[in-house]
Ligand binder design. Structure first.
Ligand code: ZN
Ligand code: ZN
Ligand code: ZN
Length: 360
């Protein structure tokens, strides 16, 4: 994520802002340019002061204060680039559910920002793509089993209860997880979607390359799940995996590593936007130094990202501890995990250099 600037008064703006706090301008996000822009009303529509030309309007979800993304005024679609993937949203007449859904949408837009930055394909259900991406945001039924967050063939389900801080934190503690957030769920589940697209659908050669890094995904998933919940992760999991859940099955290792890759590039982008420099006086060599003033999406080798990421996490974890908070990044990245991230990094770069396939 980056910082933005009001084109009318130069106030620094943040991704979620809907109004400039200095000059009062209404703000809208333009997914085509990935910029937040100050707007002026013109009839029923809006004109951006400094951004894409022409008239624009807000996504229909702006009516629920759930979206600040823009569309061209003559776009026949009611919803923006991120919201047209929603297949099911909760009953918005129930105040609690509306509030929970807004939080989910906030996390989802951050996910989409990074996907669009990485130029990953995000076909919506109205496109001709055979594997569109869609979302169900579901409240638990009164009776019967609870909603499970997960991915199935392009459909991502997020349990609405994950937007409830108390419920999510209780689950996090029960499951012994160091980190559980809505954005983390999105980044993990979208990882499964891109495994289908970038690995499975790329054919045998890519599958073999992926298996060499993450192991064989043909292992029975149900058995792997049962074994994981019965026996837990192996004692030395931290030497090869980014989380204990990643040990469960090659698919989960992929999705966990994918999520961490997105955590890393997005957070590095924001650190670079702030021009953060890490140079601790007490360190007797430069291994903890990092000057964050580069675009992580343009970096060729993943090691450069990791070399900046580790000092940044040491610094921010220490800041959090100074405030009595838990670590921002409560994970260890072992060399084997860097190898897995390198594979994902290269695959995303490869995909970006490929011409658009026209939805095939
Ligand atoms: Zn302003
Ligand atoms: Zn929207
Ligand atoms: Zn998963």
């Amino acid at each position: 994520m980056r910082l933005f600037k009001c084109s009318r008064c130069e106030q620094v703006l943040y991704f979620e802002n809907t109004e400039c706090l200095r000059c009062g301008s209404r703000l809208g996000f333009f997914p085509g340019t990935l910029m937040l822009e100050a707007l002026e009303p013109e009839g029923d529509a809006w004109r951006s002061l400094d951004g894409p030309p022409g008239l624009h309007r807000f996504c229909r979800n702006a009516e629920h204060s759930a979206c600040n993304w823009m569309l061209s005024a003559d776009d026949p679609a009611p919803y923006c680039r991120a919201c047209r993937h929603n297949r099911t949203v909760p009953d918005l007449g129930i105040a609690e559910r509306l509030d929970a859904w807004r939080r989910i949408e906030t996390a989802k837009r951050r996910l989409f920002y990074t996907l669009l930055r990485l130029q990953l394909p995000t076909p919506d259900p109205n496109s001709s793509d055979p594997q569109p991406l869609s979302f169900d945001f579901l409240a638990d039924p009164r009776r019967g089993p609870k909603v499970m967050t997960g991915h199935d063939n392009g459909h991502i389900t997020i349990a609405l209860s994950e937007a409830d801080d108390l419920a999510r934190e209780r689950l996090r503690i029960e499951l012994g997880e160091p980190y559980r957030t809505l954005l983390g769920h999105f980044r993990h589940e979208i990882g499964h979607y891109y495994w289908d697209r970038l690995v499975r659908d790329a054919g045998e050669y890519e599958l073999a390359r992926c298996r060499a890094v993450f192991g064989d995904e043909r292992r029975d998933y149900g058995e792997a799940l049962a074994a994981h919940y019965a026996n837990g992760a192996p004692d030395d999991w931290q030497t090869s995996y980014v989380s204990s859940y990643a040990t469960m099955h090659a698919w989960e290792d992929w999705a966990e590593t994918w999520a961490h890759y997105l955590h890393m590039v997005d957070t590095l982008e924001m650190a670079s936007a702030f021009g953060i420099r890490i140079a601790p006086d007490v360190a007797d060599d430069a291994s903890m130094d990092a000057r964050l003033a580069f675009d992580p999406l343009q970096v060729t080798h993943v090691q450069r990202l990791v070399d900046a990421w580790l000092p940044l996490t040491y610094a921010v974890n220490s800041l959090n501890r100074a405030m009595g908070q838990s670590d921002l990044y409560p994970f260890v990245i072992a060399p084997a995990v860097i190898g897995k991230m390198a594979y994902i990094h290269d695959l995303i770069r490869q995909q970006r250099s490929r011409p658009a396939s026209g939805g095939v």
